[in-house]
Design a protein around this ligand. Sequence first.
Ligand code: GLN
Length: 492
Amino acid sequence: MTDLHRLSIREMTEGLKSAQFSSRELTQHYLNRIAHIDTQVHSYITVTAEQALAQADAADVVLKAGNAPVLTGVPIAHKDIFCTQGIKTTAGSKILDNFISPYDATVVAKGKVAGLVTLGKVNMDEFAMGSTSENSFYGATANPWNLSHVPGGSSGGSAAAVAADLAPFATGTDTGGSIRQPASFCGLTGLKPTYGRVSRFGMIAYASSLDQGGPMARSAEDCAYLMNVMAGHDAKDSTSVEKDVDNYVTNLNATSVKGLRIGIPKQYFNVAGLDADVKARVEESLKKLEEMGATLVEIDLNMTESYVPTYYLIAPAEASSNLQRYDGVRYGYRCENPVDLTDLYKRSRSEGFGKEVQQRILIGTYALSAGYYDAYYVKAQKVRRLIQQDFLKAFESVDVIAAPSAPTTAYKIGANLSPTEMYLGDIYTLAVNLAGLPAINAPVGFDQNNLPVGLQLIGNYWSESQLLSVVHQYQQATDWHTKRAAIAEENA
Ligand code: GLN
């Protein structure tokens, strides 16, 4: 079969179970596509072909025996921020270019138990800092919709791999938008879960109070399958929450769009820099939801202007602390011929980290330093609480909140925006992480250059099922999520 990559995850599980094709055939099919098409997209840092085929063969044995877990034999790509035992894990950085993890991240381990086959590790901005995936030591990834544009970031490799059909779904992480924005730029569905829903154990830390892993796929249904694997309490992550996990797949029709109250924040649709096509597509999608029975309610989110400054203090502060461990002593890159310990630290870190990461370490260290701690870090924490309260107040009168995922469609590769311009592009995603809320991106059409536009729906705590369900119903009534980039139509 030449079109296995066109199947949904559910169709794949059915085909595997009824032996229409084997996991080896399916896996080989994706490996062929990666070999032929990823030379143009550059979504993978590491392809683990041999291991993938071995896992596929093992999956085929389990499938034959019957009673296999539902996803047995389905391939996946992992963002290179998740530790994989015996396989290089770089976080997009030179400083981890030689790092082979001695253990699996919980998300990866759960994937193995579920029978998933790992195709490889996909590209990302260094330590997840960025919005284009250009901050990777391993080079830029191309957007499958237009190869001269970025796929977004930081989970740009995950998004590009799925959008080019080089993986049926992928893991991503979201600290300030890194699942939702690349999903938006590549025409995919991506879910950022409530903080604490998915284990962070073995997920290389950027900003620990904001980081959260989640699924990226073509549809809400495909995301639901992966969420069933990823979600759940983990004793190895003290911030993971002990709370029952929904069955996200069987819940796909649990929430009705009929009667759903969708909050439209006044402040969000007047943001300078909101592209006219993006605004139009998002408004059309809201109109569609209204036709399906939802009520649109205008709401206030008064703290909108504080999102960018607050996040860009807190995230670098946590990063400066988290990244202290890369010192050239224990693991990772070490400079040549250090003259003494200080020289070893200094040169290993200045040679091993890229420019954006160094910039954030400097800003974060400054914000945490004795004389400035109260003025910057403590103040930012107070504003963070106000942002959260703003959302809690809004959820008293609405069920979900709608927004664009990003003010624009995908930038051109090499556009070289200033940090301020780049950071302003995160305006719609950052607050969700600061408040710890769940949010989802769904594709809702294209701009005049045929680049995808995304709608973001933000839910109250633990409302992942509801978000997936609403998007699933929207996707039953529309076909934006079925559109494929020309490169995905190519056969390997
Ligand atoms: N673009 C944001 C940043 O650069 C968010 C990244 C993320 O979510 N990892 O920090």
